[in-house]
Design a binder for this molecule. Structure first.
Ligand SMILES: *Cc1c(COP(=O)(O)O)cnc(C)c1O
Length: 373
């Protein structure tokens, strides 16, 4: 890995295919259709590979829908909290399934979508929180704008609908899906009969080692048997879990009450979830602070005092030019990078199953300047 210019994202075909095989197996055993949620990972260079294993892609709006249509053979689904009038016609060119967030949006757009031959769905809110600690990832939190609650659901609109959708999970196992599905069925089950499909959203950590896939398969089959509908899953994270890295170099080391290293990658610009979620990303050949003899605080090269990736310990002192490899960096990274402080964007590198590395994309000054005027 030493010949390439850092920082760069490295996506590994072998690890990606391992995930894709698991997902394909789940789809085959359960009868569910599985889509890539592009929000988490939009490296379109590998969409043709993903399409060999998945049924299509899902989008959060016009641009993702277009990217999916242009590069990902298969179905294109879209959900938006509120569609824009000035984009809707264009969206009809790209998406097959339209999921709306509210009765008003349904009223405004559903007939137009149907007349264009599209499938129409409504996102519902089963009002069943199953996650602790991450309120910003909980669409069932009080006051949520995401999904129609039973109180706001208008059964008179059923003739407009082909399906229902809920998305309530984040990095969760299938026991939480079961809890949510029970709550969904208690509220909306009667309305699902007669429709064509149910979309169970994303947040299913299907490819994680401890994920209970048997239960997921049983739940999907239960829905299909009970209601006679197709079932969709639209994971983002699970598709690329542990399939990517962020390779970075040490630019400088200093000491201020503790050892500090400045890297050529930034939490704020290249892995903003580290600050937003927040979490401490795994780093190869490192330990918890104090676990190995040399502990460093790793930070980025921006002016933001809080541009800190975390504290890690090492077997040996760090030196200028040392390479560090952050793990699990394919998801919610490339799609969220920014050029704050004029930071360059990391290159995107593909490692095929024979170990050959290819730079798929490099970025430069124009990518910084092009967003400004
Ligand atoms: C974010 C999102 C997903 C994907 O979620 P992951 O946690 O990446 O699996 C799927 N569907 C919807 C509607 C989403 O908002």
């Amino acid at each position: 890995m030493t010949e390439l210019h850092t920082p760069y994202f490295l996506v590994d075909e072998e690890r990606l295919v391992r995930n894709l095989e698991i997902l394909k197996d789940v789809a085959q055993r359960s009868g569910a259709k599985i889509l890539l949620a592009q929000k988490a990972f939009s490296m379109f260079a590998c969409y043709p590979l993903l399409a060999q294993y998945l049924s299509g892609s899902t989008a959060s709006g016009l641009y993702e829908a277009r990217l999916g249509r242009e590069h990902f053979p298969g179905e294109v689904h879209v959900f938006s909290p509120a569609y824009r009038e000035d984009e809707f016609e264009a969206l009809l060119e790209y998406a097959d399934h339209f999921v709306f967030n509210s009765p008003r949006q349904l009223e405004k757009y559903a007939l137009r979508a149907r007349e264009a031959g599209k499938q129409v769905g409504l996102r519902v809110n089963p009002e069943c929180s199953t996650q602790e600690g991450h309120a910003i990832y909980d669409p069932c939190a009080p006051g949520s704008r995401l999904g129609t609650t039973l109180a706001n659901f208008n059964p008179d609109q059923l003739p407009l609908l082909d399906g229902l959708h809920f998305h309530t999970l984040c990095e969760q196992n299938s026991d939480d899906l079961e809890t949510t599905l029970d709550a969904f069925e208690a509220k909306f089950g009667p309305y699902l009969k007669g429709l064509k499909w149910l979309n169970l959203g994303g947040g299913h950590h299907i490819t994680r080692a401890d994920y209970d896939r048997k239960r997921l398969i049983r739940l999907v089959r239960r829905v299909k048997d009970r209601y006679g509908v197709e079932v969709y899953l639209e994971p983002g994270e699970a598709v690329v879990l542990n399939a990517g890295f962020l390779v970075t170099s040490v630019l400088d080391t200093l000491h201020n009450g503790m050892d500090i290293a400045i890297l050529d990658t930034s939490a704020a610009c290249h892995m903003p979830d580290v600050l937003e979620m927040p979490y401490r990303p795994p780093l190869q050949n490192s330990g918890q602070p104090g676990e190995k003899p040399y502990t460093y605080r790793l930070g980025g090269p921006t002016c933001l005092a809080g541009d800190i990736i975390g504290d890690y310990s090492f077997d040996n002192p760090l030196h200028e030019g040392d390479r560090l490899i952050f793990e699990d960096m394919a998801l919610y990274t490339m799609v969220k990078t920014n050029t704050f402080n004029g930071m360059p964007l990391p290159a995107i590198v593909w490692r095929d199953k024979d170990g050959n590395q290819r730079v798929v994309r490099q970025f430069g000054y124009e990518d910084f300047k092009g967003r400004l005027s």
